[in-house]
Design a protein around this ligand. Structure first.
Ligand SMILES: Nc1ncnc2c1ncn2[C@@H]1O[C@H](COP(=O)(O)OP(=O)(O)OP(=O)(O)O)[C@@H](O)[C@H]1O
Ligand SMILES: O=P(O)(O)OC[C@H]1O[C@H](OP(=O)(O)OP(=O)(O)O)[C@H](O)[C@@H]1O
Ligand SMILES: [Mg+2]
Length: 286
């Protein structure tokens, strides 16, 4: 099973970091290599450009891929399925034009020039809008093109908006919203190994922002403590071996949102809980 992962750029580190946290440790991944083995002998990583990854998966060079939804939509393969939104690489593809120009609406672009790194997405978008501009394909620095008479507008990625602002471009419309996805070729999407990879990555995402709370509670305070613990499916209650002054107490474990931890600790304490412990959670399979 091969997973295609971005080889450089902004998606490289977070993608590898997520795989590591999911337990798919890279065991042999010297820099600049095209392949890396993982701790799972059945799983190899293949490093490719973010834009090429959908094609690698579609053509069978890899089985599973990690890249931006925008890249999958641009490549538009008919035999891959998105499995999981991995949450990072959030951005929008927008239609933008010079702030000091006279193009303010999509309809004004009929017969005009629109520069983009995403010609397929652009064509689909303009088809839907019933507008027919000329698409000018570029491979970078798209924001420059309206200022050198190469284009009247652009379709490009924005996240903080800084690049558009610096280049005095204003947003006319949102074309697509994107984040990084786990996806697979349809003929392997139901394989056990793909399911395991999906579960492993999902378990890291589920654990994000969650904390594990442990405490001891006198049995007669259990209901009161239970009632102030928010979260998933109620706490787990366990008997504690007697001795060490633990008689009459039970152990209560619960998963809570990180943002509720402060308040919950105060509440369970005032309801009689003691020996309260908070730990991070690496993975959570629900
Ligand atoms: N400013 C951004 N904020 C969030 N996500 C972004 C941003 N720019 C790009 N992305 C996401 O990262 C993906 C890869 O971007 P891109 O192809 O530009 O690679 P890169 O990281 O810039 O490396 P390079 O361009 O050198 O190959 C994009 O398709 C998009 O999904
Ligand atoms: O809204 P912002 O936060 O300014 O981000 C948008 C910019 O980020 C990306 O470029 P990147 O930094 O990847 O540089 P690149 O052109 O070399 O790919 C994208 O192509 C935009 O130019
Ligand atoms: Mg880039």
């Amino acid at each position: 099973m091969r997973i295609a992962v971005p080889n450089k750029g902004r998606l490289h580190e977070p993608a590898l970091d997520l795989l590591e946290r999911a337990g798919l440790h890279v065991v042999d991944g010297a820099d600049r290599k095209l392949y890396a083995d993982t701790i799972d002998p059945d799983v190899t990583l293949l490093f490719a450009r973010a834009a090429d990854i959908p094609k690698y998966v579609s053509d069978g060079a890899a089985d599973v891929g990690i890249t931006g939804h925008d890249q999958i939509a641009e490549s538009d393969p008919d035999n891959v399925a998105e499995l999981l939104d991995l949450g990072f690489g959030q951005c929008r593809l927008v239609l933008a034009s010079p702030e000091d120009g006279d193009i303010e609406r999509v309809e004004q672009l009929d017969g005009k020039k629109v520069a983009t790194e995403f010609p397929t997405i652009a064509r689909n978008y303009f088809d839907e809008q019933g507008v027919e501009p000329h698409i000018v394909e570029v491979t970078g620095a798209t924001e420059l093109t309206p200022h050198v008479e190469m284009a009247d507008a652009i379709i490009d990625i924005t996240s903080t908006g800084t690049t558009l602002k610096v280049n005095r471009l204003g947003i006319i419309d949102e074309v697509l919203s994107s984040s990084v996805r786990l996806f697979a070729r349809e003929d392997v999407a139901d394989d056990d190994k793909v399911g395991q990879i999906e579960t492993a990555l999902e378990s890291v995402l589920s654990a994000d922002g969650k904390r594990y709370l442990m405490m001891n509670v006198p049995e007669d305070r259990l209901d009161a403590v239970r009632s102030v613990i928010p979260g998933m499916g109620g706490p787990t209650v366990m008997d504690i071996a007697s001795g060490n002054g633990k008689d009459g107490k039970v152990a209560v474990h619960a998963v809570v949102d990180e943002r509720d931890v402060f308040e919950t600790i105060n509440e369970v304490k005032s309801e009689g809980a003691s020996d309260i412990l908070v730990t991070e959670i690496e993975r959570l399979v629900e």
